[in-house]
Design a protein around this ligand. Structure first.
Ligand code: CMC
Length: 434
């Protein structure tokens, strides 16, 4: 059996070190012992954007990017999408096992009965400008929840922590729907706790004068499947934000606000919005070659394509592509689909995309479904954030229980000016450009 170690010779000193390899990794701290003299800080490991650094041990989500595999707690995403519900999947992510019948009933009950938000939160949301982006409203309002629940600071009190977990999962759809209705100038529709998680979301979004809203079962289920697919994705930008901010032991609402802010960006959860804008700009199948040429020349990116970890078809994109047809049976075919299908076909045959292993990711088709279901593009990242809160909580929960985790605090390589003396204003010369 091969020795599970790495032998390193520091050619500056001629010293050889033997570093243990555990779980396919070497601990970066091992390099600190490599010094040129006793005053030397020790060798650091430089890895901008965490291209090859594992920041934690996790048992939540497994991805094999080369093979296109995604599993939550060992269960393949395709199986969960077919057989599970979002709330059951959320339980699985947070606690590590599928719930028993009574555990599930209790979980669903607790979440269902935490869907209402304090009336003052409604007033807070009223203060946003009429055309405020709903994701900006969501980020701020989730953060504001910490002021309504000061006991959420008790993150090591199991009971308090559970209450915040119920509240977070339950209130995300309410805040999301209220931000949508605010932007439309519609009165807020309160939660209907007789409905399912996604049925109630559709109710809060679309209910008008009818006494009771009945969601279309196909759309209700489609949304649930989309939520399962978006629930977690291991150490992505927003989960990393959740862990990094949560590592300061701040309350979970503040940490979720940070994670949601990370998700807002167009390279992350904002990509589905960007895909739809791109498809509208392309406008018709005839314009695709011209756009492909532009993307290859570096003028913008083919949004919804490429991924840091998937170098194969994103398994979530395959499920969503199939789901799209079920939704279109109800809503009618979205003309954007034809542009997307042709774009995918051309890109997958093009050397530029093939060489770089750029395949459709989760955002490529999800926006088309959301648009067909009547959501404006601004709501797309919000629809990503609602289910992702389960993953953020699972990652945060795991971090809090991990004895190896401390406050996240990376090192840097300082290449700025060496120590120099302050120059008084009058002696600085005319260096202002303005
Ligand atoms: N269109 C055109 N070229 C691309 C694209 C794209 N979508 N993505 C990557 N490339 C090129 C890039 O220009 C680079 O080429 P070169 O080696 O010649 O410089 C090469 O592929 C590698 O790209 P990278 O930027 O080093 O890759 P990354 O791992 O840092 O970026 C990514 C991953 C997702 C940010 C990137 O692929 C991208 O910007 N995609 C479009 C935005 C998108 O769809 N984001 C959603 C991600 S999935 C949902 C989520 O997790 O939030």
């Amino acid at each position: 059996m091969a020795n599970d170690t790495l032998t390193v010779t520091d050619n500056r000193t001629g010293t050889t070190y033997e570093l243990p390899i555990e779980n396919g990794a070497v601990r970066a701290i091992e390099f600190r012992q490599m010094r040129t003299d006793p005053d030397d800080f020790g060798l650091k490991v430089y890895d901008p954007s965490f291209m090859n650094t594992a920041s934690c041990i996790s048992r939540v989500t497994y991805i094999d990017g080369d093979k296109g595999i995604l599993e939550y707690r060992g269960y393949p995403i395709e199986e969960l999408a077919e057989k599970s519900t979002y709330l059951e999947t959320a339980y699985l992510l947070v606690f590590g096992e599928l719930p028993t019948r009574s555990q599930l009933a209790n979980w669903v009950h607790e979440i269902t009965f935490h869907t209402y938000i304090h009336e003052n939160i409604k007033k807070f949301m009223d203060g946003f400008h009429h055309d405020a982006h709903p994701m900006g409203m969501l980020v701020s309002t989730v953060g504001a929840l910490s002021t309504f629940y000061p006991e959420s600071k008790e993150i090591f009190d199991e009971e308090e922590r559970m209450t915040q977990i119920y509240r977070l999962i339950a209130k995300m759809p309410t805040i999301a729907a209220f931000s949508y209705r605010h932007s439309r100038g519609w009165p807020y529709a309160y939660p209907d706790n007789d409905l399912s998680f996604t049925g109630n979301l559709l109710n809060m979004l679309y209910k008008l004068s009818e006494p009771k809203y009945s969601p279309h079962p196909v759309l209700e289920r489609a949304l649930d499947v989309l939520f399962i697919l978006h629930a977690d994705h291991e150490q992505n930008c927003s989960s990393n934000a959740m862990r990094a901010v949560g590592s300061s032991h701040v309350d979970p609402y503040s940490a979720v606000a940070a994670a949601a802010a990370a998700l807002y960006g167009p390279l992350h959860g904002g990509a589905n919005e960007a895909v739809l804008r791109m498809l509208s700009e392309i406008g018709s199948v005839d314009h695709i070659p011209e756009f492909i040429k532009r993307f290859k020349a570096g003028e913008g990116r083919l949004m919804g394509f490429g991924h840091r970890v998937y170098k194969n078809y994103d398994p979530r994109a395959s499920v969503i592509k199939r789901l799209a047809y079920q939704v279109f049976d109800v809503t009618g075919r979205n003309p954007m689909l034809d542009i997307a299908l042709e774009l995918e076909k051309i890109a997958l045959e093009d050397d530029y995309f093939v060489e770089r292993k750029l395949y459709p990711n989760v955002d490529f088709y999800s926006g088309i479904i959301y648009q067909s279901m009547g959501f404006p593009v601004e709501m797309f990242p919000v629809l990503f954030a609602i289910p992702r809160v389960a993953g953020w909580i699972a990652q945060w929960y795991e971090m809090l229980h991990d004895p190896e985790q401390k406050i996240a605090r990376p090192r840097q390589l300082y290449l700025g000016e060496p120590k120099r003396q302050y120059v008084p204003l009058g002696q600085r010369g005319q260096i202002d450009a303005a």
